[in-house]
Design a protein around this ligand. Structure first.
Ligand SMILES: C[S@@+](CC[C@H](N)C(=O)[O-])C[C@H]1O[C@@H](n2cnc3c(N)ncnc32)[C@H](O)[C@@H]1O
Length: 234
């Protein structure tokens, strides 16, 4: 069976004609249900409804978060459990499923890997990811002319800076840029990009670090959730 992995950007206004065409070919949407009040599941439901698709919500398998010693192994097991749960849904239904991926499927998203491990033929549609939207909001290029940009997670930011990276996009954050990034670097920060709660801060890191922390909490309070991405440059 063919599985459509469709990047939907940061909401219904980012669903491209190419994404809409893939959804027109699909028969239903599979979505992970993480339990509780999941705002991204609600958004997926909204997009699916707009394209006349039923959402099959699949309870997300428990992830062993107490296994930091073997993080990669724990993630692998979790992906395998997800793939098995989705394969069961696919076996029980007619037609091709679609997965709606927040942002772009190529960055910090496991859907392509999980779909492949279901043994499916995978067809991917690109979406507007957080780094692209951050750059657009500030009207910047993510790197200087002909220079590289390093994309990483907050978890690996310290090793990136220690390793000599001087132009870094950071995702999977848990707070404002940590102290491992020197005060005299410049930051471009964006939270809940593409939503009505979007917040942006730009400046010398030492001057705006605290403000980013405060804005982050304001966005969380207003929207009920916060996801942020930032570029830091020496
Ligand atoms: C699991 S990753 C998914 C990334 C997504 N595939 C993309 O293309 O942006 C989640 C991380 O993406 C970033 N992110 C996702 N949505 C965002 C938004 N609306 N505004 C700012 N950052 C966002 C945050 O760094 C968050 O921790």
């Amino acid at each position: 069976v063919r599985v459509h992995v469709v990047g939907v950007g940061m909401g219904p206004h980012h669903v491209t004609p190419e994404a809409a065409a893939a959804l027109a070919r699909a028969s239903y949407v599979i979505a992970a249900d993480k339990g509780g009040n999941d705002p991204l599941l609600a958004l997926r439901r909204e997009i699916a409804a707009a394209h006349g698709l039923e959402v099959v919500a699949v309870a997300d398998p428990e992830r062993d978060r107490d296994a930091p010693a073997d993080y990669d192994g724990a993630v692998r097991d979790w992906h395998a459990a997800r793939a098995a749960a989705y394969a069961e849904v696919v076996a029980a239904r007619e037609g091709e499923p679609a997965f709606l991926v927040w942002g772009d499927p190529s960055l910090y998203d496991s859907t392509i890997r999980v779909a492949r491990s279901m043994g499916a033929e995978v067809s991917v549609v690109a979406g507007v990811g957080a780094p692209a939207l951050l750059a657009a909001r500030f009207g910047i290029v993510l790197h200087e002319v002909g220079r590289p940009v390093h994309v990483t997670t907050e978890r690996r930011l310290a090793e990136a800076v220690a390793g000599g990276q001087t132009n870094v996009v950071v995702m999977l954050t848990s707070g404002p840029p940590p102290e491992v990034v020197p005060d005299d670097w410049t930051v471009w920060w964006g939270a809940d990009l593409g939503t009505p709660y979007e917040a942006l801060v730009h400046g010398r890191l030492g001057d705006v670090r605290e403000r980013i922390g405060l804005e982050r909490e304001c966005v969380r309070a207003a929207a009920g959730w916060v996801m942020d991405t930032y570029l830091v440059r020496a």
